[in-house]
Design a protein around this ligand. Structure first.
Ligand code: SAH
Length: 226
């Protein structure tokens, strides 16, 4: 991180004000109007300071309901999408959750508001390093933050009660279905150009229910070539 970026980040961290709290309250009302109902998710999103997770040049847009560019040509997800995925995931405290695609770390922070057992994987090294620093600065403690390929999941820590993929996958990775606990839920956007939000529920060791929830747009879930 450049010195300029460090300074900008420091200033933004020092800049959590009543203005931001007010903007977050408005954002939460927007999410309600758009159909988000989970009070748990809305309460957590009322607290997580999204402006810390933005590119410093875009901080003024932190509480707009839009996705924005971050480093490594990736995006911070739209708040509505974060709320929608979190609601579908239905996390309760004590759930062990795996997130694929740490990105800006914003969704990770929302998950940490729902359960302390969060594992997250990112394949872009710049984002991995950036969020490592940011989580330390803000006091967010994941169980594990991994630089690696989400297609592999985390076999040593499986099974997971919940798995959340925050990038668009062409097809559901079998590895991730296998790392789900019986009764567990996997939320994943599936498709190439646009994605259908999909939820799998593991109903037994060998069976899964599949549900679909409308169209979204994500950056692609990429496989590492090694
Ligand atoms: N939850 C993030 C979303 C970031 S965009 C946020 O709100 O900021 C999706 C992220 O998934 C990108 O950072 C991208 O690099 C990452 N990604 C794509 N394919 C991946 C893979 N195979 N393993 C891990 N991360 C992946």
């Amino acid at each position: 991180m450049s010195n300029f970026r460090k300074t900008a980040l420091f200033l933004s961290v020092m800049n959590e004000t009543t203005k931001h709290q007010g903007l977050r309250r408005q954002l939460i009302e927007t999410l309600r109007v758009k159909g988000i109902q989970s009070e748990e998710v809305l309460n957590v999103m009322l607290e997580v300071p999204r402006h810390f997770f933005m590119d410093p040049s875009l901080i003024n847009f932190a509480y707009e309901d839009n996705a924005y560019p971050i480093a490594a040509e990736q995006t911070i997800s739209q708040p509505y999408t974060v709320a929608f995925q979190s609601e579908l995931l239905a996390v309760t405290e004590g759930h062990k959750v795996l997130e694929i695609g740490t990105g800006s770390g914003y969704q990770t922070a929302v998950l940490l508001g729902l359960t302390p057992q969060v594992y997250t994987i990112e394949r872009q090294h710049a984002l991995f390093k950036q969020t490592q620093r940011l989580f330390a600065q803000l006091g967010y403690r994941t169980k594990k933050q991994v630089f690696g390929d989400g297609y592999k999941g985390l076999p040593t820590d499986a099974p997971f009660d919940r798995i959340l993929v925050t990038a668009g996958a062409p097809a559901v990775p079998k590895t991730l279905l296998n790392q789900l606990a019986v009764g567990g839920k996997l939320v994943i956007p599936l498709g190439e150009k646009e994605q259908i939000m999909t939820r799998y529920i593991r109903t037994s060791k060998t069976t899964f229910d599949k549900q679909e929830f409308g169209v979204f747009r994500f950056v692609p879930m990429l496989e590492n070539k090694n």
